[in-house]
Design a protein around this ligand. Structure first.
Ligand code: SME
Length: 170
């Protein structure tokens, strides 16, 4: 199920409203929760931040925690999005040799870089439970969301590290 075109503008306005009242990790957590609540095919939503050659999970919302709270940029679908500096859509995670498994239910994944100028400072990572869950409508929408998140990612970088299990928004 794609993102319906009539849902895009209201959703982006909601993202703006969240970012108008929250910042840093709190804002990122609220965005994860909002995306998941608004679009049922977003089963698990997380935001990773790039720290040197590692991705660090700053916020997430979903049915379960991931063991991959840090991911080397050299690895995974998440790492590939940073290395290649582009959105990655995996139609069927079972066909992707780089895929790092988090949840038994995951069949498809989309990873969208968050940029500050030329640098990839983080990414939105979303898992879905259906093959080919994501298409160009998700890419376009999530790239617009990602454009708005660079400031919150920078603010999260200045916050003390999260304690174990505390990054979840809910
Ligand atoms: N599947 C990702 C790891 C992160 S989890 O999906 C939350 C990857 O292959 O990089």
């Amino acid at each position: 199920m794609p993102v319906p075109s009539k849902a895009v503008t209201p959703a982006l306005l909601q993202v703006d409203a969240i970012l108008g009242r929250l910042d840093g990790r709190q804002a990122l957590g609220e965005i994860c929760r909002f995306l998941r609540r608004s679009f049922p095919h977003y089963r698990w939503v997380g935001v990773y931040r790039t720290v040197d050659t590692t991705l660090v999970l700053d916020a997430w919302d979903g049915p379960a925690a991931t063991e991959h709270t840090t991911i080397p940029v050299a690895k995974g679908v998440c790492g590939r999005a940073v290395r290649e500096g582009r959105t990655v859509i995996v139609d069927d995670v079972r066909d992707d040799p780089e895929y790092l498994a988090c949840f038994l239910e995951t069949r498809a994944e989309i990873v969208v870089p968050i940029r500050d100028g030329d640098a990839v400072v983080g990414e939105i990572d979303i898992d879905g439970d259906r093959i080919k869950a994501y298409d160009a409508s998700d890419r376009t929408f999530l790239e617009c969301v990602a454009e708005k998140l660079a400031r919150s990612v920078a603010a999260a970088a200045a916050e003390p590290p999260p304690s174990e299990g505390s990054v979840r928004s809910a």
